[in-house]
Each structure stands twice: as C-alpha cells, then as structure tokens.
Unconditional design. Structure first.
Length: 513
C-alpha cells in the first residue's frame, strides 16, 4: 500500500533512464515555452513603449518610473532567454549540467507564475478576467512535467496566494472586497483541472520512459548476445568471424605473422558426467577467461561446447599456450584435463576466418586421445588427409556403383588340420585417382561421417554374389566372416538386410562375427 501511495505521488525510486527521459522532455518543452514567452514579451514591451510614448509620455518621468513599468516584462523576458540559451546548449552537447538546467527551469516557472499573478491582479482590479494567471499556470504546469506531489504543492500554494490577494480587492461588479461565488467555483475547477492534467502528464511520460527503458534494455541484450557468448561472457563466433575478416583485410596487417589457434579441453565430457553440468559450465567460464586473459589484445571467442578459437600474433604464442595449458591443468580434480591446441598460419591471400578455424580445428582433432602431444600445427600432411577424407565421403556412392570397392578374402587356417576352414571378407578400395586405399584411410572416415553402412552392405552383397557364382559353377566355398560396424545397427536394419541377401542366394555358410 505504501508503495502504491509513493508511486501515486511520484516518490517511487526511479532509474537514471527515467529521470533523464523526463528531464529531456522538460528541456524540449522549455524550448517551445521560452520561444513563445520571448515573442510575447518583446511584443508586450514594444506595445508598452509605444503606449507610454504616445499616450502617457511625460518628460518629468524619470528612469525609476519606466523601470517600474517594464520590470515584470523584462524579468520574464530575461528568464525566457536564459531557458532558451541553456536548452539550445544542452541539445548541441555544449552542457550536460542537469543541476543548472533544473535551477533555470524552476526559476523560469516561479517567475512566470509571479508574472501571471501580478498582471491578473491588476486586470481583476479593473474588472477584467484573470486569464494571464490561469494561462501561466497551464503553461508552466502542463507543458512541463512535474512529479504529482510537487505539482500539488506548486499549484496549491500559487492558487492560494493569488486567491488571498484577489479576495482582498474590491470586486468591480459589487464594489465590495471579496470574490463572488461563481468566481470561487470557477477558480476551484481550474485548480482541479490543472492538477489532474499535471498528474496525467506525469504518468503518461513516466509510462513512455519505462517502455523506452525496457526497449533499450532489450536492444542492449540483443546487441550483447549477438557478439557475446551467453555462458562464458567472451565473444562468440559471429563477432570473431566479422572482426577477423576485417583484421586480415587491413593493408597494414602482416598476415603471415598471424596464427589461428583452436583449443579443446580433453576429457571435458568425463568431467561433466562426474561433476554435473553446473560444475562443467563453471569450468568452461574459468577456462574461457583464462584464454581471454592469456591472449589479451587478441581476438578470443568460444567456438562451441568446450572449444575456443584465438587469432593472435605467432611470435610468443607457444610460450603463452604452454603457460595456459598448465593453468588449465591446475583446474582438474579427479578427472585429468588436458588443453589441446591446433594452429593454422595463413599464407598468401588466404584470409577466410572460417576456413582458417576449420584447419586449426583439424590440427587439434588429429592429436585427440594422444596424451604425448598437446599441440599440432596444420601442415601439408594434415591437408592431404583432410582432402582425402572429403574425397572418400563425397565419392563412396560412386565407388560402390562403379565397382571400385573390392572384396579380398583372407583365409582362416585350422591349426589342427592345416586346411582352410573359412574366409574373412576384407574391403579394399581401388580408386582411379588414389590407387589402392587402405581400410585405415576410409573405414574410420566413413564411420565419422556415418556412411559406414553403405560399405558393409556393399561387401555383404559381393560375398553373396560370389557364393552364388561358386555354387553355380560347382566350386567349393567355405564359410565367410563379415565385419560390421556398431553404427550399422543405428543407420539401417543390417540384420534384416543380411537375412534378405541370405535368402536370395539360398546360402547357409555366411556367419556373423
């Protein structure tokens, strides 16, 4: 309840954005107000001078007489000029002094209300309307935004003071001191209407300020996450690729002196499984900031999961990597952690950050599970291996369709009888470009890219076909063992496929190992 009352009176705690928003709105409104006041007062002064010189002119009147006649107009004019000069300076960035601006606006407001009182009291004594006072009240209280409590105080005090002085004047229509009942009613209605507008104006502007603040906060959040990794707080890959491309495109950048580094935390998955995801996330944050601090002044980003990339100068990088690996090793508990690093140095006009990161990652991947090696530079051998892997993945279907995949039967000899008791079917790839490819070259690659089932089904098909051919020719054919990858049972119904091939060849000598 207390919070509701504070909010209603404008006494709630406001953010700096809301305060600045309302202040800026008041400065903008004060420009319009000051321009109107300056124009009106100049016109009033000119009109007054003309009247004094043509109607009331008397050579006996001295300076004091004319100063008194023009004092109120001059003070309000000067106040309007001060407001205008400050507001223009504020919007041109010449001043940011909010205290000075508040003093000027408050002074202008009180001078304006005082001016309205003085002019309207004179008008009322002559039987005219008190429009100047009411106009200045509306002008000050409605164009400017006041907190409700301040608005109540200013309006109530000024209306009471003005009513107290007006009530002491003889009313021209009655000839007696005091205001009429109609005047009192109208006067109260004007006070109430102005007060309600003051409340409404404040709440409307505050709502806009809060809405604008929330929008800016959302934009800041979107801007931040567009370049910042949400978990670790360092830059993400979008920022890295953009900034790395800019850096590598600069004429003054010595590209061959730069190096792309790819980091991987060995055994991070085991650490996650043992201590939980929360502890794993804490470790990632620590490692991220260790890398960021170690390569201060360089581009550092989180690539994905427990992987990080860095673009830095090659000189001195090995010492930094070595020191960083020791600091990461100190973070381990029961699970041994090793920081693996792959590096790639661009040459010539190679400046694509994505390609550079992929090659650094390939170098890092090549030393995974090798506990005697924690750093590898991308070289020609890795490049050849990379292109071979891509060739294998892209051409496995062509190799099967073109008959490049061959079955080599390795005999199984019984030690008891010395006779061949079976065969093991081995896959060989006779490629027109690479020649005879070793199974070590293509089997692991096909498993990595989840294409191994194509090879195993091809071997199974050839074995069944060879058996059918031998049987048709009346030749002996011993049982054949087939090697299957565990991925075959995920990627296809390998057992069902084997059964269908077996039935189609009416062969009972194929055994599954």
């Amino acid at each position: 309840m207390l919070d509701r009352i504070k909010e209603f009176l404008g006494l709630e705690k406001q953010s700096r954005h809301v305060k600045d928003f309302i202040y800026d709105a008041n400065i903008k409104a004060s420009i319009y107000m000051s321009v109107v006041v300056i124009i009106l007062e100049v016109w009033m002064i000119i009109r007054r001078i003309h009247k004094e010189m043509t109607v009331y002119y008397d050579p006996a009147h001295g300076f004091d007489y004319y100063f008194e006649r023009f004092r109120n107009y001059s003070i309000l004019l000067i106040a309007g000029l001060c407001v205008f000069i400050y507001a223009v300076a504020y919007y041109r960035g010449k001043t940011t002094n909010h205290t000075l601006g508040s003093i000027i606006i408050w002074s202008f407001s009180f001078i304006g209300i005082y001016f309205g009182m003085m002019v309207s009291l004179i008008d009322y004594s002559k039987g005219e309307q008190i429009l100047t006072f009411l106009t200045m009240e509306l002008f000050i209280m409605c164009l400017l935004t006041w907190k409700p409590l301040i608005g109540v105080v200013i309006l109530s005090v000024s209306y009471i003071l003005f009513y107290w002085q007006m009530d002491a004047i003889k009313a021209p229509n009655t000839g007696e001191p005091g205001t009429t009942e109609a005047t009192q009613i109208n006067y109260f209605i004007m006070w109430l209407s102005t007060l309600m507008f003051c409340f409404s104006n404040y709440n409307r502007l505050k709502y806009q300020a809060v809405k604008d603040e929330n929008l800016e906060e959302a934009n800041r959040h979107l801007s931040r996450i567009s370049v910042e990794d949400e978990l670790t707080g360092i830059h993400n890959m979008l920022y890295f690729r953009t900034e790395a491309a800019k850096l590598m495109s600069y004429v003054i950048t010595d590209k061959e002196s730069m190096v792309f580094l790819f980091f991987d935390i060995e055994n991070f998955k085991s650490y996650n499984e043992k201590y939980g995801f929360h502890a794993g996330n804490e470790l990632l944050v620590k490692v991220a900031h260790l890398i960021d601090d170690s390569f201060a002044g360089s581009l550092v980003s989180r690539f994905s999961d427990d992987h990080f990339v860095v673009l830095t100068k090659n000189e001195g990088s090995m010492e930094t990597i070595s020191g960083l690996a020791e600091r990461v090793h100190d973070l381990q508990r029961d699970v041994q952690l090793t920081l693996k690093c792959g590096a790639y140095r661009p040459s010539g006009e190679e400046t694509d950050p994505s390609v550079a990161c992929d090659r650094a990652r390939l170098a890092c991947t090549s030393i995974k599970k090798r506990y005697d090696q924690s750093f590898r530079m991308y070289d020609k051998a890795l490049e050849d291996r990379f292109y071979l892997k891509q060739y294998i993945v892209n051409n496995i279907d062509t190799a099967i369709a073109s008959g490049y995949i061959k079955v080599y039967y390795q005999p199984v000899v019984s030690t008891a009888s010395g006779r061949i008791c079976g065969f093991e079917a081995l896959a060989r790839w006779l490629d027109p470009n690479y020649g005879l490819l070793s199974p070590a070259a293509f089997i692991s690659t096909l498993e990595e890219y989840r294409q191994i089932h194509k090879l195993d089904k091809c071997i199974m098909e050839q074995v069944c076909r060879d058996y059918r051919s031998a049987k048709d020719k009346g030749l002996p054919f011993v049982p054949v063992s087939l090697n299957f990858s565990r991925l075959d049972f995920e990627l296809c119904d390998i057992v069902g496929y084997l059964a269908s091939r077996r039935r189609s060849t009416m062969y009972r000598g194929i055994s599954l190992t």
